[in-house]
Design a protein around this ligand. Structure first.
Ligand code: 3PG
Length: 373
């Protein structure tokens, strides 16, 4: 894969695909971590050429029309503030100036999602070099990602993209002493991730609703907890690897709306109670020597403080460990921003869906396209 640092971009016209898809409410940016993560590549390019057009999507607007709610205007203002320059927000590839600009939401363009060849040609022919830095969108085969990389005369990965791949690969290949932690609500959505991580980690600790299904598959009574009965048999097969660590103690309540929770052994869950969180102290002390930890998915209903114990315990433990911790995924990033005070993780990916796809062992279209360049 060709990296930005290896490409001669001096005075060249650059199209930079970044992922500036951040939560915005009433024009206010609620979390700017992805924007900050995109800055080093923008600055790197601007030090060599100011003929830079920044391209991103925001949300999932209807294609083919402008929708103010999905305009990149608040992001343009954020960038202007950080870069201390004014940046025109342009609406068409015929308007790309020979100076810094930002393209309006690329998902307003008809054909972006389906990798329409006409749009792909328009994008790729607008620039001398196309820089792909949107790792969080690398799993989408759209015109401005996969399509433009393939069609551009020259394309390379940006600094963030390269950093993401380097860190994820390091954790995925250094399997000997790696622990994976997989939470979230459903085994079905994480099945491929768990299967792949079982081949690359010494142990896989499960939490969240996923743990309920595994506990039931292991013969435990899980009361009225969320469970996927159609995943029981595959869960039993995964348990037979003897690499899955199940919680031994859990927090139960009548419902997620309850005002209190009880800590019980997984052998004592009453028929009318739901498991909504896990207690991690036993599991943490039994983990042993680990070089890498890969974490995706909260371990309980962490949005509700009462059921955020397992997720918080995990974050504290990961902040103290000498192991390299790589975390990612939408809810995981949110949990870290909510509960981590030390910012001591080795690497937190900016990606949600793309992170999961990568952990599943799937080939990401934009990664493959860049490897062909
Ligand atoms: C994300 O937030 O995961 C990326 O920006 C991709 O967004 P999408 O799921 O709407 O393609």
């Amino acid at each position: 894969m060709k990296h930005l640092a290896e490409e001669n971009i001096a005075e060249k016209k650059i199209g930079l695909r970044v992922d500036l898809n951040v939560p915005i409410k009433n024009g206010e940016i609620l979390n700017d971590e992805r924007l900050s993560a995109a800055l080093p590549t923008i600055q790197f390019i601007l030090e060599r050429t100011n003929k830079l057009c920044i391209i991103s999507h925001l949300g999932r607007p209807e294609e083919g029309k402008f929708d103010k709610n999905y305009s990149l205007d608040p992001i343009k203002k954020w960038l202007e503030d950080k870069l201390e320059v004014s940046i025109p927000l342009i609406k068409n590839f015929t308007e790309v100036p020979d100076s810094l600009s930002i393209m309006e939401n690329i998902r307003f363009f008809k054909g972006e999602k389906s990798n329409d060849q006409e749009l792909t040609s328009i994008i790729s022919e607008s620039f001398d070099v196309y820089v792909m830095d949107a790792f969080a969108t690398a799993h989408r085969s759209s015109s401005s990602t996969y399509g433009a990389i393939i069609k551009s005369k020259k394309a390379c990965s940006g600094l963030l993209f390269s950093k993401e791949i380097k860190n994820l690969d390091a954790a995925l290949v250094s399997s000997k002493n790696a622990l994976s932690v997989v939470g979230g609500s459903k085994v079905s959505t994480k099945l491929k991730v768990i299967q792949n991580l079982l081949t690359r980690s010494s142990k896989v600790l499960v939490g969240g609703g996923i743990a309920n299904t595994f506990l039931k598959a292991a013969g435990k009574n899980i009361g009225s907890s969320l469970v996927e009965d159609d995943m029981l048999s595959v869960s039993q097969k995964l348990l037979a690897t003897n690499k899955i660590i199940l919680p031994t103690h859990v927090y139960v309540a009548d419902s997620p709306e309850a005002n209190s929770a009880q800590l019980v052994s997984v052998d004592n869950v009453a028929a009318d109670k739901m498991i909504l969180d896990i207690e991690l102290s036993n599991e943490i002390s039994s983990i042993g020597n680990i070089d890498y930890v890969l974490w995706n998915g909260p371990l309980g209903v962490f949005e509700i403080d009462l059921f955020s114990n397992g997720t918080q315990q995990l974050i504290s433990c990961l902040e103290e460990t000498s192991a390299k911790v790589i975390a990612g995924g939408g809810e995981t990033i949110f949990a870290i921003s909510k509960f981590s005070h030390k910012n001591k993780f080795h690497y937190v990916s900016t990606a949600g869906g793309a992170f999961l796809e990568y952990l599943s062992g799937h080939k990401l279209p934009s990664v493959e396209a860049l490897r062909l360049k």
